[in-house]
Design a protein around this ligand. Structure first.
Ligand SMILES: NC(=O)c1ccc[n+]([C@@H]2O[C@H](COP(=O)([O-])OP(=O)(O)OC[C@H]3O[C@@H](n4cnc5c(N)ncnc54)[C@H](OP(=O)(O)O)[C@@H]3O)[C@@H](O)[C@H]2O)c1
Length: 322
């Protein structure tokens, strides 16, 4: 069968033939229809992710959408290595396959699974977002950030402030529910002033952070200012991604002088299985009703090397079609 096969960390995978998977105990074979190409797939292939590959060659792709042998449509996550999602077929634990409702196409289902669940868990399970609260999203112009804007509103956020660099994408976020946008590519002093202005009198209750690095440092320095320290509530900052950098410098005084709480959300910090399943069904029902949208662009599996190098995707998710 055809697959996107990784032979060396730090290089793109190659389109080539790979042995067919066979189902082991508790597993099914999925005929893949669409596999999302995400930052985490690239980070794993670079060897820079905590779940990076230890043995090569391996087929890339953490998740996707496809058909089981009985014809049912499913999304799946975590194929058994060396198999992956970017292939014509893959082997996955049956328990890691979930039905796709009518009204959600394969490309959208594949594109939604990882970022949608991630944004959902960060807001609901980690931050415990309450109705009426103010949410700041750092990195709102990415696929996961755009979903976080929508999911925050669907969960009753009173005000969503969306921060990113890409002005054309920022200008679309109002239609997804953002109440205000912040341009991050401004000098620190100006950015600080904008954070203060958008926080208003009550501050941010929740920060969902897909960036880390310098934008987070500017925000934290702002939170430490006296005008912010008076904010009425706990500030729950959930660290989800590191598009702007893997590390920050955190002044101790910020933790002592504010009600800041820093949490993480990722594969090592997930809710119990019943919460995962319930959240998935709720998320997909919002997608089926058109209340949750993800922008996708199809690329062929044969073109994986060029697709792998693509940058500046304008808030769209590439979806690999085998
Ligand atoms: N922990 C989890 O479970 C989980 C799940 C999903 C995603 N993530 C992580 O979250 C991050 C974003 O994912 P995504 O799906 O939204 O990716 P994406 O669609 O590729 O978008 C990338 C985002 O990062 C921003 N960005 C990139 N470099 C930047 C920089 N140097 N400074 C400031 N902003 C920068 C982009 O801003 P502009 O477009 O405005 O330039 C855009 O908002 C990634 O690190 C990803 O691995 C984690």
């Amino acid at each position: 069968m055809n697959a996107a096969v990784l032979h060396a960390l730090g290089k793109p995978p190659r389109f080539e033939s790979f042995p067919e998977p066979s189902a082991g105990e508790g597993e099914v074979i999925v005929n893949v229809r669409a596999a999302a190409l995400k930052p985490v797939d690239k980070a794993m292939a670079r060897g820079e992710h905590y779940a990076s590959f230890r043995e090569l060659p391996v087929v890339c792709g953490l998740d996707g959408a496809g058909r089981l042998e009985d014809g049912s449509r499913v999304v799946f996550a975590g194929p058994r290595r060396p198999h992956g999602a970017m292939a014509q077929r893959t082997a996955v634990a049956r328990a890691r396959c979930f039905p796709i409702p009518d009204g959600v196409d394969d490309d959208s289902a594949a594109a939604l699974l990882n970022p949608g669940m991630s944004a959902w868990f960060a807001l609901t399970w980690r931050a415990q977002l309450a109705k009426g609260e103010t949410v700041l999203i750092l990195g709102a112009t990415g696929v996961t950030g755009k979903l976080a804007v929508q999911i925050a509103k669907l969960h009753g956020a009173g005000r969503v402030v969306a921060a990113g660099r890409n002005e054309p994408v920022l200008s679309t976020l109002g239609s997804l529910g953002a109440d205000a946008t912040i341009r991050l590519d401004t000098p620190d002093q100006d950015l600080t002033a904008v954070f203060v202005r958008e926080a208003g009198a009550i501050g941010f209750d929740v920060v969902i952070d897909f960036l880390w690095g310098h934008p987070t440092e500017v925000l934290l320095a702002t939170l430490g200012r006296a005008d912010f320290a008076a904010a009425r509530s706990r500030v729950r900052l959930v660290e989800v991604g590191e598009s702007a950098g893997p590390a920050i410098s955190l002044p101790a005084a910020v933790l002592r002088s504010t009600k800041l709480e820093i949490l993480g959300s990722g594969s090592g910090a997930v809710p119990p299985l019943d919460t995962i399943v319930d959240s998935y069904h709720q998320m997909m029902s919002y997608a089926a009703s058109g209340e949750l949208r993800v922008d996708t662009e199809r690329v062929s599996l044969a073109g994986i090397e060029a697709a792998w190098e693509r940058q500046h995707l304008q808030g769209r998710r590439l979806v690999v079609i085998p």
